[in-house]
Design a protein around this ligand. Structure first.
Ligand SMILES: Nc1ncnc2c1ncn2[C@@H]1O[C@H](COP(=O)(O)OP(=O)(O)O)[C@@H](O)[C@H]1O
Ligand SMILES: [Mg+2]
Length: 236
């Protein structure tokens, strides 16, 4: 613990030249942690993940992986360096089989052990291996998306809204899987609308609001902070 595996300092980024959505975001993910990013719709949570993985350009600030500067590194290289990313939308290929979807995620040479480890975590992916991903339920698709990110044995996983649109029981399963993945040694940065639930399984959390850091602290501290409850979590 307390060895930063991922660090953002003063990140500014956006989609249109000269118009930043993020205005100087700081964030640290330490080895072995689960860290949540919460905040209102449009706060820039997905944008931050996209800037980290090189989908959009970082205009100011730095991003470090294991202490080395990776600001504006192309996405394929970032993935190669051990970062797994599950986007908020379109995170599986519906017309491909489950097996083909998993193969798409493999950055290394085909390694049977990698597949077996994913099947152990998500048996459904083995049972329905030859079916098209489009036939899966929302929860099963999310498992496939997680499996695809895990197939290349990342050290760090970035998850964008993994529980969005799922039934309550599927939400439970996804959060349990995330904890299990973390226990196996993967550090996890997770963006969630389901903020309470996400903070409950997190070591620490950050609240982003309008492209800036608003609050940060231990997961439990944020869950009990009156201002955070009032502004971002709502009363139970
Ligand atoms: N592809 C895009 N092109 C232009 N603006 C975008 C794009 N995606 C998101 N935005 C804008 O960036 C802001 C932050 O969006 P986003 O990072 O998706 O928020 P969050 O994930 O916190 O809900 C919003 O104002 C949104 O409209
Ligand atoms: Mg988002």
């Amino acid at each position: 613990m307390n060895k930063p595996v991922l660090e953002c300092t003063g990140i500014a980024a956006g989609y249109v030249k000269g118009l930043n959505i993020l205005n100087g975001v700081d964030l640290v993910l330490n080895s072995g942690e689960i860290v949540s990013i919460i905040g209102p719709n449009g706060a820039g949570k997905s944008t931050l993940l996209k800037a980290i993985v090189g989908i959009i350009k970082i205009n100011a600030g730095r991003f470090y992986l294991n202490g080395s500067d990776k600001t504006n590194t192309p996405t394929y290289k970032i993935i190669h360096e051990g970062l797994g990313y599950v986007p908020q939308v379109n995170n599986v290929f519906p017309s491909l089989s489950l097996q083909e979807n998993l193969e798409m995620g493999n950055r290394k040479k085909m390694n049977k052990k990698n597949f077996d480890d994913v099947y152990e975590l998500f048996p459904i992916l083995k049972e329905r291996n030859n079916e098209k991903a489009g036939n899966l339920s929302g929860g099963q698709r999310q498992m496939l998306a997680l499996g695809r990110a895990l197939i290349s044995k990342p050290e760090i996983l970035l998850l964008d809204e993994p529980s969005a649109g799922l039934s309550p029981s599927a939400v439970d399963e996804v959060f349990e899987s995330i904890e299990e993945i973390n226990t196996s040694g993967v550090s996890i940065l997770i963006v969630e609308q389901n903020a309470r639930r996400s903070l409950e399984i997190s070591n620490r959390g950050y609240v982003l609001d309008q492209g800036r850091n608003a609050y940060s602290g231990l997961g439990k501290e944020l869950l009990n902070d009156e201002k955070v409850i009032e502004l971002y979590l709502g009363k139970m």
